[in-house]
Design a protein around this ligand. Structure first.
Ligand code: ZN
Length: 267
């Protein structure tokens, strides 16, 4: 993600959102691959949303002038909130990037909003889910759209077309709030691993700051696009993103067993 300095790259955020989605899915009652994949795709997408407060982020560039306008509004809001609530020892800054959208409060609030969308109509739910998917595809590639469509088709198989849409939207309505909240919060945790840190405990006052940047001790921090992120974080998250799928570990175990048997047969 060009332009978003010092925070994590978009791909790392999306991958960690995907992994968190897979890990959390059983808690919201999703257990099969067909149920889990759309949920994890949504958490992956919403793990990119907080950077809407940066003009260079993929979330801000996604739909050209439309998202740029939203990004501008979000930045302005964040700046106002920062100035209204900053503590005596908070830094002199604009408070636009990595502030309002990078908090646990924002994650819970937007998650709650998304969770209650079902009352306002199923299409609102679909819009939120599609937004998540488009964001995820932008960072991870189009394979995620195909995976989600296949999963969605599988989970409503056997129902008539009208029923299938209704059933699908009701299912999404049941978890979309959790996906938004988990995705946004995982983004905060990701930024906390980097040099900049992330003030996600706002408005809790810590050492005179209400926007206290939570981050790792100095030796463990890394900066974005650093070899460490490319060579360690992204591969680890990719492997976890496969192993965390339902049955993922068993499949790898079986492959491993089969390979050992084959190798034993060769010697
Ligand atoms: Zn960020």
């Amino acid at each position: 993600m060009r332009g978003v300095r010092r925070g994590m790259m978009g791909r790392s955020h999306a991958l960690s959102g995907w992994c968190a989605g897979l890990a959390v899915a059983p808690l919201v009652g999703l257990t099969t691959v067909a149920e889990v994949v759309p949920f994890a795709a949504a958490t992956a997408g919403y793990a990119l949303l907080p950077d809407l407060d940066h003009p260079g982020a993929s979330a801000s560039r996604l739909l050209g002038p439309v998202t740029r306008l939203v990004s501008g509004a979000v930045r302005a809001f964040s700046g106002v909130l920062y100035n209204l609530t900053k503590g005596p020892r908070d830094e002199e800054g604009t408070g636009k990037h990595r502030h309002a959208t990078h908090t646990l409060v924002a994650a819970v609030l937007l998650g709650f909003l998304a969770a209650t969308l079902g009352d306002r109509g199923k299409w609102a739910v679909l819009a939120v889910a599609v937004t998540g998917l488009v964001l995820a595809a932008d960072a991870l590639g189009d394979w995620i759209v195909i995976a989600v469509l296949a999963a969605a088709g599988w989970s409503v198989i056997g129902a008539g077309p009208a029923d299938a849409v209704q059933t699908g939207l009701t299912q999404i309505g049941g978890w979309i709030g959790a996906a938004v909240a988990v995705g946004m919060f995982v983004h905060c945790l990701g930024d906390s691993l980097t040099r900049s840190g992330c003030p996600w405990l706002w408005p809790l006052p810590i050492r005179g700051e209400t926007w206290y940047e939570i981050r790792l001790p100095k030796p463990f921090r890394f900066s974005t696009g650093h070899w460490f992120e490319h060579a360690i974080i992204v591969p680890i998250l990719t492997i976890a993103g496969v192993l965390l799928l339902p049955g993922g570990i068993q499949v790898v175990q079986r492959l491993f067993d089969a390979t050992s048997v084959w190798l034993a047969g060769q010697s």
